[in-house]
Design a binder for this molecule. Sequence first.
Ligand SMILES: [Zn+2]
Length: 447
Amino acid sequence: MSGQDVNLVLRSTRVVTPEGTRPASVAVAGGTIDAVLAYDADVPAGARLEDFGDDVLLPGLVDTHVHVNDPGRTEWEGFWTATRAAAAGGITTLLDMPLNSLPPTTTVENLRTKQGVAGPKAHVDTGFWGGAIPSNVKDLRPLYEAGVFGFKCFLSPSGVEEFPELDQEQLARSMAEIAGFGGLLIVHAEDPHHLADAPQRPGPAYADFLASRPRDAENTAIEGLIAHARRLNARVHVLHLSSSDALPLIAAAKREGVRVTVESCPHFLTLTAEEVPDGATEFKCCPPIREAANQDALWAGLADGTIDCVVSDHSPCTTDLKTSDFASAWGGISSLQLGLPAIWTEARRRGHSLDDVVRWMSAAPAELAGLTRKGAIEAGRDADFAVLAPEATFTVDPAELFHRNQVTAYAGKTLHGVVRSSWLRGVRIASDGELAEPTGRLLERDR
Ligand SMILES: [Zn+2]
């Protein structure tokens, strides 16, 4: 298919393909999957065989929600550390969020600055979301033409002053502009009025923090977003869904043909409000981790397809910003390296297969971003893989994470699923915690 000779064959008794998991040999030529062959297919002369036995060969994961913060807040994270953590965790493609770096990705010039910084450090393929803020409607189309995958906006304060939220009028204006050129708007959906009306009690009690970010704030914001999308025939995506109460209205909108997709995150699907110790702000994020019953409903939403994707929303900071006061501590959970085992551990307990996990964490995010060469093991796609020992377990030791700041809500948890190696365009980029030199490419939206 590629016009080049097959130089590599990856073999496993369990290869996750779009048609299901089966024994197979995957032939790779020039960094592209050439063919998915029978398990015992002959290895062409001159090709190297990598036989993984019973370890599972998955398509490399695609994480469309990562805050790399580089340049500008590189003490929080950076392209070198984030992409190494991604590679170690089985992620071979990531898309960087437009805020928390300085500059934010709100103009073409800022995008070029970020690309310049990321290029030499990228251990995995890396692309960029643009940002939609009140002042940059004129920059949206040029950013899109420069290759961003879509635009992120907030409806409530983002936490950093250089990335202001949109009010309803500004939302409608930006959404109309983006819909006009066929782009995608991805939205942090919490309604600022509901947040302002919620009880604010600073301190170390998680229950007080949870009460300050009520489900109604999400539900109302999502309802409004769907109304705008319906009216403008715009394509919108709900980021980090936490409130399961919003699932019926999202499902109804999808049935009706409104172009809305939804993601949730490992922390909402594997951690619960009931288990958060007082003062443990490594569990703080916005919207917040909610109750166990809410989590059950989110899993039902994943199972029935209302929720499309599971992505990390990796949003780290330095340890000093994780004070014991939930109101003022930085909100964000670090999980880039741990998302796959965290989700797989809970998915298997709930009777889901690795095929489901691959759909949520690789195929669907690739489709969301229009990454047609990523997200599946099939001929013509990039030869990006993760090799997973799904029955093996490990206990999370923050010291083994490649994140710049080794703070994580998963510390001490025993998880199923050890990532043995990761492969990017036919090259092994991570192997049992050893990382290769960076070979990631900067990705731009297919045009
Ligand atoms: Zn985020």
